[in-house]
Ligand binder design. Structure first.
Ligand code: HEM
Length: 127
C-alpha cells in the first residue's frame, strides 16, 4: 500500500507577512468599495458638491455613526494605499537598505496620519 509522503514546507515570517498583506489588499479593497463609493455618493452626489460645507460635515459629526464611518474610511484608505505603494516600490527598488528606510518612513507617516486624523474626527466639537 502506498503511503502518503510527508513534505515539510517552511514558511518564513516574511512570507507569512506577505500572505497577510495580499489578503489585506483584497479585503480592504472590498471594504473600500462600500466606504469610499458610499462616501462619494453621499457627500458629492446626494448632498451635491456645491453644498459640501464645513457646516454640513459638522452636522454629520453630531452623530457618532458618521464619525465611526469616517474613521473607518480613513483607516482603510490610508493602510490600503500604504500597502499598495509598498508593493509598487518593491517592484522597482532592489536596494534592501533603501527599502528598509522607506518602510520605516512610510510606516511612521501612516501611523501618525491615522492617529492624528482619527483623534481630530473623534474630538471635533459638536454644535
Ligand atoms: C473602491 C475602492 C477600492 C477598491 C475596490 C480597491 C481594490 C484594490 C485591489 C483588489 C488591489 C490589489 C490589486 C493587485 O494586487 O493585483 C488594489 C491595489 C492598490 N490600490 Fe486599491 N482599491 C480601492 C481604493 C484605493 C484607494 C482609495 C487607494 C489610495 C489611497 C488605493 C491604492 C491602491 C494601490 C496603490 C494599489 C497597488 C497597485 C499595484 O500593486 O500595482 N486603492 N486596490
Amino acid at each position: 500500500m502506498a503511503t502518503a509522503k510527508k513534505v515539510n514546507i517552511r514558511i518564513s515570517p516574511k512570507q507569512r507577512f506577505e500572505t497577510f498583506a495580499y489578503m489585506f489588499m483584497r479585503m480592504s479593497g472590498l471594504v473600500l468599495l462600500f466606504l469610499a463609493v458610499g462616501h462619494v455618493l453621499i457627500q458629492l452626489i446626494l448632498n451635491d458638491v456645491h453644498n459640501l460645507t464645513l457646516q454640513f460635515v459638522a452636522d454629520q459629526w453630531n452623530s457618532w455613526g458618521w464619525r465611526a464611518y469616517d474613521i473607518l474610511l480613513l483607516f482603510f484608505a490610508v493602510t490600503h494605499g500604504y500597502n499598495g505603494l509598498r508593493n509598487i516600490l518593491e517592484d522597482y527598488i532592489h536596494n534592501e537598505w533603501l527599502m528598509n528606510v522607506l518602510y520605516y518612513v512610510l510606516s511612521v507617516f501612516v501611523i501618525a496620519t491615522v492617529l492624528w486624523s482619527a483623534f481630530a474626527i473623534a474630538t471635533f466639537p459638536t454644535a
